[in-house]
Design a protein around this ligand. Sequence first.
Ligand code: PHE
Length: 339
Amino acid sequence: MKEKINQILVEAKEKLSTIDSLKLLNDFRVEFLGKSGKVTGLLKGMKDVAPELRPQVGQAVNGLRVEIEALVGEVEANLKAQETALRFKNEAIDISLPGKAPELGTLHPITLVKNLLIDAFSSLGFQIYEGPEIETDKNNFQMLNIPEDHPARDMQDTFYITESILLRTHTSPGQVHVMTSTQPPIKVMCPGRVYRSDDDATHSPIFHQIEGLVVDKNISLCDLKGSLEEILKHVFGPQIKTRLRPSYFPFTEPSVEIDVSCFECGGKGCKLCKGTGWIEVLGAGMVNKNVLQNCGIDPEVYTGYAFGIGLERIAMLKYHIPDIRMFFDNDLRFVKQFK
Ligand code: PHE
């Protein structure tokens, strides 16, 4: 029996030394330690051993099992370590390689200017109203004190869809929508796309405006000047000054153009301001009584101011963009400059 035990140990050691995978190791385990394995087989042979020798032999067989189990454990640990090392090697990542940066999109400069203005107006309490881009002649013109055949229509070359339906030429019909559906106090801005049959370096058939409208008791031109000065400082810098020049719009009376002192030269005169020290940025005025009346608001009780800002114009000034068509070319090299 002793000999048998020794023989199995020698055989086991020999076999183990050739095992080079966990699968083979498992086969080995079955062969030696399994239910019908070699070591278990020894125990079955116990019945042939003399009874007085049985405890001794039993101990020896157990010792064999423990020894083989220990050896298996060792080989298993080695194989696992090898396997891990191999995986590390095969799946190694060269962290010194440059990464593939996901390309981040950028906001279009018109969107940047729009967001800047919306933030500024919101902080003054303006709410946003967005109206339709396809409008009636009535909302786009007549309600705004521009009757049919009025020469003021020539100020805006219009895309007509039918005789009475058109692409809005400005965001001012937003004023009509708001005033016909709410009573004062009103404080809204209407950002949006507008259309005119114009096409050159500073005019595009499609462009963007933000309309502003404030109607309440005791609103005066001072409110207009104060609020817009605040906004324009936010856009062009705290050092700028503003001035109002008389102008004409059928829907405001009096009407003004608002200029800012040139933010490039500080007012001394340069190329940007064409030597004048001032840059025209928007049109505005006190809401014409006729417009209030058309919309069902009593002009004896309420007054208001309105303004219209061209976003392309602001963006061209702020970012030194020489041609309005660049906004609509969809050239990524252009857009990417506004990170
Ligand atoms: N709607 C005018 C335009 O597009 C701008 C404007 C709006 C002027 C509101 C005064 C008041 O030219």
